[in-house]
Every structure is written in C-alpha cells, then in structure tokens.
Write a protein that binds this ligand. Structure first.
Ligand code: HEM
Length: 130
C-alpha cells in the first residue's frame, strides 16, 4: 500500500469519532497563546466540521485531485485575511500527528512518516500563499 492509501485509511479510523477533532483543537490551542486567541470567537463545533473536510482535501490532493479548494484555504489564511503566521503550520502539523497517535489503533512510526509526507504538499501550498 502506498502512503496516500495508508493515510486515507488511517484518517478513516480517526474520523470515527468527533472526539478526534476535539482533541486536535485542544492540542493545537495548547501549543501557543497566540493560536488560542485566534479561535476565541470561533464556533468550534462548526470549525471541527470544516477541519474534517480540510484534512480530507489535503489527502485527496496528495492522491491527485485538483488543488482548487486548498488554494482557497491559502487565500483565506494569508496575510490579507486571517494572517496565519507561516511558523504556526508546524504546530498545526504536530498537533495533528499527536491526535492521530492518540486515536489510530494502528499508529506506528512508519505511519507517522507516511502522514508527514502526505500532508507536506498541502501544508506547503496553504502556508506558501501567505
Ligand atoms: C479556518 C483548514 C491551518 C487558523 C479554517 C477553515 C478550514 C481550515 C477548512 C474554514 C474555511 C475558511 O475559513 O477558509 C486549515 C488547514 C490548515 C489550517 C487544512 C493546515 C494546513 C491553520 C493554522 C491556523 C489556522 C496554522 C493558526 C491559528 C484558522 C482560523 C480560521 C480558520 C483563525 C477561521 C476561524 C473562524 O471562522 O472563526 N481553517 N487551517 N488555520 N483557520 Fe485554518
């Protein structure tokens, strides 16, 4: 199985419970006060739902799908809009990998590496639009 298949299946296991997204935002917001502040006025139930699709978009783009939706995310997150600092994406990735480790019973160091490789082009695209 290639990396995108491994990650696609891992994400399926993670998405079985909404708690995955609750835990992700707990980790992500705990990683920096500045990040926590960005979500102070956010409807987190809606945000969890949006993130579920956002991560899926990254995986689908790694599998060859059009990156149009990720380019829209690059636009919304750039300096003119949410003004998301490029260095915050490393914290985002760390929080996601930590949450996968917590929720996927088939987690392994190899699977972590597969996730990193699959996430990279999507994260680079969104961060690169800054
Ligand atoms: C909104 C995904 C990284 C902060 C959103 C939305 C999605 C999303 C799907 C909703 C659609 C939109 O408003 O455009 C992602 C993905 C990321 C990422 C896939 C990583 C590649 C980050 C980072 C931050 C961040 C690093 C840092 C704080 C926000 C904020 C909103 C948002 C503040 C708006 C929340 C609101 O509406 O109140 N993100 N995001 N995102 N994201 Fe991200």
């Amino acid at each position: 199985m290639n990396n995108t298949d491994l990650v696609f299946q891992s994400y399926g296991r993670c998405c079985r419970t909404e708690q995955f997204f609750v835990d992700f935002y707990d980790f992500f917001m705990a990683s920096s006060e500045a990040i926590r502040k960005r979500f102070a006025d956010t409807d987190m139930a809606a945000q969890r739902h949006l993130l579920r699709h956002g991560v899926m978009q990254i995986i689908l783009v790694a599998r060859g799908m059009s990156d149009r939706k990720l380019r829209d995310l690059g636009e919304s997150h750039n300096r003119k809009n949410y003004d998301i600092q490029p260095e915050w994406y490393d914290l985002w990735e760390e929080a996601l990998l930590k949450t996968v480790r917590m929720h996927d019973p088939e987690y392994s160091p190899e699977l972590r590496q597969a996730w990193k490789e699959v996430l990279k082009p999507g994260i680079d695209l969104i961060r690169g639009a800054y």
